[in-house]
Every structure is written in C-alpha cells, then in structure tokens.
Design a protein around this ligand. Structure first.
Ligand code: MF3
Ligand code: CO
Ligand code: CO
Length: 269
C-alpha cells in the first residue's frame, strides 16, 4: 500500500537532461561564487541589511537574480541568520559583532534555473562550541552528499547526515528539510536530515537536489519570530546551516554550487 502511494510521488521528481544540467551548473556556480564573495566581505560592525545589499550587487554583477526575494513574500535577497537564528533570517539594522556566527543562504536564478547554497561563517573567533557545531554541520553535509548516488534512496543521505550530527551530540532541526531544486526553489523530493518512517524515493541520474543540514547546539526545537520568517532555536543556543545543490549522476555526485574560486582550485589539483 505504501509503495502505491509513493510511486506517483517519485514520478513527480524532475529529471534534468544534459542541457538543463548545463544551465544548473551555471546557476550553481553563480550561487556558490556570490556566497563566497559575501562570506569574504562580511565583518564585525556591518548590519545584515548592508550584507544583503552587497549580496544584491554581486548577484546583479553575475547577471543573475535572487531566487528568494519575493518568494512567498520573502523580503531579502539572501537569508542571513545570526547565532540562535536557524534559517530564513531577514536583512535589517542588526549590527554583526565580533564572535557572532552568521548563516548565509544564497539562491540565484540564471536562465530559469536555480542554484541554492549556504554556509555558516564566524565573525572573527567564536566560542568553541559554535566552532565545533559549524565543523560538524559542514562535515554532515559532505557525508550526505557522498550518499547521493543513483540507486540509493533519499533516506541513505538522511541517515548519513543524522549519524554525523548525533555522534557529536548536536541536534537536527526537523521542521525544515532539503529538497529537489531546478526551475523552482523547492521541487520534489524532500531531503530530510533524519531518517523518517515509511518509504523513501530512489535517487536517479539527472535529479538535482539541495542537501542542507540545519543543526542546533542545544535542543532540536525551533520557533518562528513575529516577523513571520526568522526561525530561531527555542533554547536560544546557536545553530548552523550548510547547503549545496548536487546533481545525481551515473557516477559520483556532482556538486553544482562550488564557487569559481573552488572550481579553479579543483582544476589545478
Ligand atoms: N534557502 C532556503 C532553502 O534552502 C529557501 C529560502 S526561501 C526564502 O531552501 F523565502 F526564505 F528565501
Ligand atoms: Co538555501
Ligand atoms: Co535549499
């Protein structure tokens, strides 16, 4: 019975052909490059509004548009989430301080296709717990990516992410998950960062998915602020977020949201 319900859902997962994958590579490279540029530029004393304005200028420079501005009414060009803010923080007058951690999430559209990528950076040196949280969350992302293989199930990615996070004593946000990405920001399938009961879609070459662990130093519980967007941890402890858009291929997973800088590093090696 479960299989009968799941098959139609699997049928809703878009498969990209070579031309579409080429466009996803372009969008992904721009998203990764903008994320890299913003991460380099941000420093203590600037407001999240100023960071968002810098991001908007870089997105424009690369001939792209923000995929988030106006999405369900979202008001900023990128998502900026400070310390206990988990995801979907919006630009405003808050001034970043030395020791803060900042999760940046960049989504851009180029030629109708979207790249979606995030990372948590530190403003100067942060406390040791936050530093560990950031390292573990990034490692969990790469653990998940390594399981994005044709023939595996989505739950293989989820299991790998969850194992890394829980082995380090941190907790996984349940209310938000990764997703397919392509012509829309959010496509099928959902990519939870934890194993759920029930069936899980089979991965196929040509699927493009955003894997994005959101990890809390304290409890898993979150709530949304009165601004209607900013998600924060209930206990006020810090949270980290890393994300890449990845193509499932007949061979190894292809990370589509490497920055230009990272791509040139990978070429010379
Ligand atoms: N970046 C989020 C994701 O990774 C989506 C943000 S939607 C927005 O799925 F409206 F908040 F921008
Ligand atoms: Co994102
Ligand atoms: Co995403």
């Amino acid at each position: 019975m479960v299989e009968l319900l799941l098959r139609p859902k699997e049928a809703m997962i878009p498969i990209k052909d070579d031309q579409e994958l080429g466009l996803m590579r372009v969008a992904g490279r721009v998203a990764g490059t903008v994320l890299d540029e913003v991460a380099q530029w941000v420093q203590p004393g600037v407001t999240t509004k100023e960071v968002d304005e810098f991001a908007a200028a870089r997105i424009k420079h690369h001939g792209a548009k923000s995929a988030f501005l106006g999405y369900r009414g979202y008001p900023s060009h990128i998502c900026l989430s400070v310390n206990e803010e988990v995801v979907h923080g919006i630009a405003g007058p808050r001034r970043l301080q030395y020791g803060d951690i900042l999760s940046l999430d960049v989504g851009v559209v180029v030629d109708g296709f979207i790249g979606d990528t995030a990372k948590t950076v530190t403003l100067g040196v942060c406390d040791p717990e936050s530093k560990k949280l950031i390292e573990v969350t990034e490692q969990a992302l790469y653990d998940g990516i390594s399981c994005a293989l044709a023939g595996n199930r989505v739950s293989d990615i989820s299991r790998a992410v969850q194992a890394r996070v829980e082995a380090n004593g941190f907790s996984i946000v349940r209310e938000f998950v990764g997703h397919g990405v392509g012509r829309s920001v959010h496509e099928e399938p959902q990519i939870p960062n934890f194993v759920t009961g029930g069936g899980s879609p089979r991965l196929k070459a040509g699927m493009t998915i955003a894997i994005e662990p959101m990890v809390n130093a304290g409890g898993a519980e979150v709530k949304v602020l009165r601004d209607g967007w900013t998600v924060i941890t209930r206990d006020g402890k810090p949270s980290a977020h890393f994300e890449h858009t990845v193509a499932v291929t007949d061979g190894k997973p292809e990370i589509l949201t490497w920055s230009e800088r990272k791509l040139s590093e990978l070429k010379v090696k």
